[in-house]
Design a protein around this ligand. Structure first.
Ligand SMILES: NC(=O)c1ccc[n+]([C@@H]2O[C@H](COP(=O)([O-])OP(=O)(O)OC[C@H]3O[C@@H](n4cnc5c(N)ncnc54)[C@H](O)[C@@H]3O)[C@@H](O)[C@H]2O)c1
Length: 364
């Protein structure tokens, strides 16, 4: 494709956009950063500077060279106040604006007009159809999904999403670029939740169902999964992501897959969201949060009944995850190997579902 080190346009300078811009700068690209909100560009620029400084501190450099490295990388960053300004320079554009299908389609329509026909357009959508975003352009073969995980400069996994009309050469080009950036790209088809967000649905859903059924408490479930090597228990994870975010993902994937019973969202988060208890960010969800971080389980869930043992709790969740993983593989969304890699690197699972099935020592 001949794009050795393309100029990267980033649209949306929030959490993900700033992270992606930082990553491109670290790898020696020039970056044009755009946001509708001028203040967001300034905030993004500050965050990128801090991120580059953190990265530089880990390089084997003396203090002066660290400053030079950060200044050099930041020198490649330019603000773009319009999409036309992005289009004037960028050879590949990565969109990380809000998760709103109409907004993303409008941005892609405008990018299609603002950029040359050879420019590759990528979306960092978490769960929207890449194909429906690509359809807003007259170059759907040059549109794909690049699903980074938060924080983008740190998390190794990138799901490279091929929509129905994405050209195979564009997918391969993106895989090569992500590899050059030090990432571990996995290819996947344009299907609701892609790999990680779909296969990890049962991690929280089965946990919620056990609490609703009165067979295991919040604390017992979180303890069982932590013991099994997961970085966070399901309820700690929901609180961290936000109950509203978890609920939106649960609904989006369930709807997108045609409302299968197995993934029907639990009503428990709905009730908490209605009460304004969104998890860590509001100070209360399944747990209480204060200045010192996570406190005790919320009184509404404290001391719940637990008739299932830790092994049963863990097995019930792992079985549901394995079943979803088999469906994803059977549907051709991704290969078993890529699913295993994605679940380890994207969701922190100690082993992928197929590795677990193949190795009795890690199979519970
Ligand atoms: N946060 C995550 O963990 C995560 C992980 C993977 C993917 N994503 C996806 O990445 C995207 C961005 O998420 P985020 O967490 O960075 O959100 P964010 O709210 O931090 O940032 C979004 C930014 O987009 C800007 N924006 C809104 N409309 C715009 C427009 N028309 N043109 C340009 N910029 C516009 C906003 O001003 C804001 O600065 C979403 O699609 C999200 O689903 C998020």
């Amino acid at each position: 494709m001949g794009l050795e080190r393309p100029v990267v346009g980033v649209v949306g300078a929030g959490t993900m956009g700033a992270g992606i811009a930082q990553l491109a700068l670290e790898n020696g690209h020039e970056v044009v950063l755009h946001d509708v909100d001028e203040a967001a560009i300034a905030r993004g620029r500050a965050r990128i500077g801090e991120g580059l400084a953190r990265r530089a501190a880990r390089l084997d450099l003396d203090a002066d060279s660290i400053d030079d490295w950060v200044a050099g990388r930041l020198g490649g960053l330019r603000d773009a106040h319009t999409l036309d300004a992005v289009g004037a320079e960028a050879e590949v554009v990565i969109e990380a604006a809000l998760e709103d299908p109409d907004l993303k389609r409008a941005i892609f329509r405008a990018l299609d007009a603002a950029t040359g026909p050879e420019v590759i357009l990528a979306t960092n959508t978490s769960a929207l159809s890449v194909g429906s975003i690509a359809a807003a352009t007259v170059r759907p073969e040059r549109v794909l999904g690049l699903h980074f995980f938060n924080p983008a400069p740190v998390m190794a996994l990138v799901e490279v999403v091929a929509a129905e009309r994405t050209a195979p050469a564009i997918v391969e080009w993106a895989v090569a670029l992500m590899t050059a950036w030090g990432k571990t790209p996995v290819r996947c088809a344009d299907s609701p939740g892609f790999i990680v967000n779909r296969i990890n649905r049962p991690f929280t859903l089965e946990a919620l169902r056990m609490v609703e059924a009165g067979v295991a408490s919040v604390e017992a479930i979180d303890a069982a999964l932590r013991e099994a090597g997961f970085p966070l228990g399901p309820f700690e994870l929901i609180d961290l992501a936000g109950l509203d975010v978890n609920l939106a993902a649960a609904r989006g994937i369930w709807e997108g897959l045609g409302r299968p019973d197995r993934l029907r969202p639990s009503t428990l988060p709905e009730r908490l969201v209605a009460e304004g208890r969104l998890g860590r960010k509001t100070g209360s969800g399944f747990y209480r949060y204060g200045d010192a971080g996570r406190g005790a389980v919320d009184p509404a869930f404290a001391g719940g009944p637990t008739t299932l043992g830790a092994t049963e709790i863990r097995d019930r969740i792992l079985r549901a995850i394995a079943a979803e993983a088999r469906l994803v593989a059977r549907e051709g969304v991704a290969t078993e190997r890529e699913i295993d890699v994605a679940m380890r690197l994207g969701a922190g699972h100690p082993a992928g579902p197929f590795e677990r099935a193949a190795a009795p020592t890690i199979d519970p």
